[in-house]
Each structure stands twice: as structure tokens, then as C-alpha cells.
Write a protein that binds this ligand. Structure first.
Ligand SMILES: Cc1cc2nc3c(=O)[nH]c(=O)nc-3n(C[C@H](O)[C@H](O)[C@H](O)COP(=O)(O)O)c2cc1C
Length: 188
């Protein structure tokens, strides 16, 4: 079993990105992994904007990242890139805060014009933080994520299938990583 931190970088109180992540969390939990949800918008603004890595809220979040074997990073596309909120958080983590971790990058956006934002904007940041393995990510159009009056989430069939596939690939990458014999882990 792996420990996964599932981070939404949306500042929105009704975030589709966050709801999508919480939906996908259940798929990871069903595969036997422990999932810790984190919505960056719940981190106090003074901690993020004050750029104080010693703020208790930032210390707590840094420990969550350190504990995780895998990290899901979800962001809305803002101005052709990831959200400023997500960047504020990542900037407060240690330079190599993703060393040894398997990462699944996900984005939601309003137009397919920015379907590659994960690859040209987010992936380089995750690489610079030392991520061991960044698996294939997925961009989902906001109109394909529908939240009903009862709060139930529906994803359009095509994107739902693609998301299930990337989540399963992420889960498998984590399982094979945690299944490595201790001796192999030491040699690596
Ligand atoms: C300030 C702002 C900037 C945005 N810029 C883009 C953009 O450049 N490209 C795009 O495809 N969508 C853009 N969108 C649309 C959002 O990415 C999209 O609606 C997303 O699903 C919102 O996610 P959320 O509900 O989790 O916040 C923008 C939305 C906002 C509020």
C-alpha cells in the first residue's frame, strides 16, 4: 500500500478540479492505497503569500508531502498555465520536495487550446523538484465535469475512461515501486 497526497490547486469554493480529484481518490483507495486529500485553498493566505516556510500550516503541508509515496497534482488552467495558488504552495516546499515520488499531473480547463498546459507548464516544475516518475497526465474540459444538484459528479464517458486509465497507471506505478525488494531499493 502506498500513501498518496491528492492536491487540488484551485482557489474556487466550487472547484470542479477539487471535485474531480475527490472522485478519483475513491478509485485509488479502492486499489488499496491510503489517500490524503489536500485543497490548497484551505491553507491560510498569510502562510502562502507571506512565503514563510516556518509557518505551522506550511510545516504541516511539507510533512504531508514528505510522507507521501505518490502525489496527485490537480490544477485549473489559468492564463494558459497552472494556478497561482498551486505555484505559491509549490514555491514553499523544499527545492527537491518531490524526490523519490511518483506524480500524477491533472488539469481542467475551459478550452482545448491549452490542452498541453500540463506538459509545457506543470511538468517542468515537477521535474525541477526531483519527482522520480511523472506518469502520463490528463487534461479534462470543465464542461465534461458535471456536478448535480445532489452533489454527485458525472464525467463525460470519453474523459471518464481516459481518467480511469491514467489513474490506474499511476496506481500500478506506485504498487510496483512499493513492491520492490528492500535490497533493490537500497541499490537504486
Ligand atoms: C482566472 C481564470 C483564468 C482562466 N484561464 C484559462 C485558460 O487560459 N485556458 C483554459 O482552458 N481555461 C481557463 N480558465 C477556465 C478554467 O481553467 C476552467 O473553468 C477550470 O475547470 C476551472 O477549474 P476549478 O473549477 O477547479 O477552479 C480560466 C478560468 C479563470 C477563473
Amino acid at each position: 500500500m502506498a500513501t498518496i497526497l491528492s492536491v487540488s490547486g484551485s482557489p474556487s469554493a466550487t472547484s470542479r478540479t477539487a471535485q474531480l480529484l475527490r472522485h478519483l481518490d475513491t478509485r485509488l483507495t479502492a486499489r488499496g492505497h491510503e489517500v490524503i486529500p489536500l485543497d490548497a485553498r484551505t491553507i491560510p493566505a498569510e502562510a502562502l503569500l507571506g512565503a514563510d516556510p516556518r509557518h505551522p500550516a506550511i510545516v504541516e503541508v511539507t510533512e504531508l508531502f514528505a510522507r507521501a509515496d505518490g502525489v496527485v497534482i490537480g490544477t485549473p488552467v489559468y492564463k494558459a498555465a497552472y494556478s497561482g495558488l498551486l505555484k505559491s504552495l509549490l514555491d514553499l516546499l523544499p527545492q527537491y520536495g518531490l524526490v523519490g515520488k511518483t506524480v500524477l499531473p491533472l488539469a481542467t480547463g475551459g478550452t482545448t487550446t491549452h490542452v498541453l498546459a500540463i506538459d509545457y507548464a506543470l511538468r517542468p516544475v515537477l521535474s525541477s523538484m526531483g519527482a522520480a516518475h511523472i506518469v502520463q497526465g490528463w487534461f479534462t474540459l470543465d464542461k465534461d465535469i458535471v456536478v448535480g444538484a445532489d452533489g454527485a459528479l458525472t464525467i463525460a464517458p470519453g474523459p471518464a475512461e481516459a481518467l480511469a486509465q491514467v489513474v490506474d497507471q499511476f496506481a500500478e506505478a506506485l504498487s510496483s515501486r512499493t513492491a520492490l525488494p528492500a535490497a533493490v531499493g537500497r541499490a537504486a
